[in-house]
Design a protein around this ligand. Structure first.
Ligand SMILES: [Zn+2]
Length: 112
């Protein structure tokens, strides 16, 4: 998912009580590489998702980890808010590629 599409998606699903009028996910060079849902659940009209999204900016790998909260209204889920943290990755040449391919980094995205 490109950052532009991600911004559109977030705004389309963001709950009106907390939604900003526009959302700039700066840096058009961001490439989303992998999305892992670590945990998710729902109870009554509340839902939550704990996910990890791996992205690449130039040659810099980072991971956005977030616990998001959602609320359901008229059968549709809306994003409410989330606690997120971003940290850098420094994949080793022989480490598993952060894109999730299962191959070594040097034989996958780490190819020069
Ligand atoms: Zn890869």
């Amino acid at each position: 998912m490109t950052s532009h599409k991600l911004a559109d998606y977030l705004l389309a699903t963001w709950h009106s009580s907390t939604r900003p009028s526009s959302l700039e996910l700066d840096d058009s060079a961001t490439v989303w590489k992998r999305l892992e849902v670590l945990e998710s659940g729902e109870k009554d009209e509340r839902g939550w998702v704990h996910f990890r999204a791996t992205f690449l900016e130039g040659r810099r790998w980072s991971v956005l980890e977030e616990s998001s909260r959602f609320v359901r209204e008229a059968g549709r889920w809306f994003y409410l808010d989330g606690n997120s943290a971003v940290h850098r990755l420094k994949p080793g040449r022989n480490a598993p590629c952060p894109c999730g391919s299962g191959r070594k980094f040097k034989a996958c995205c780490g190819l020069a």
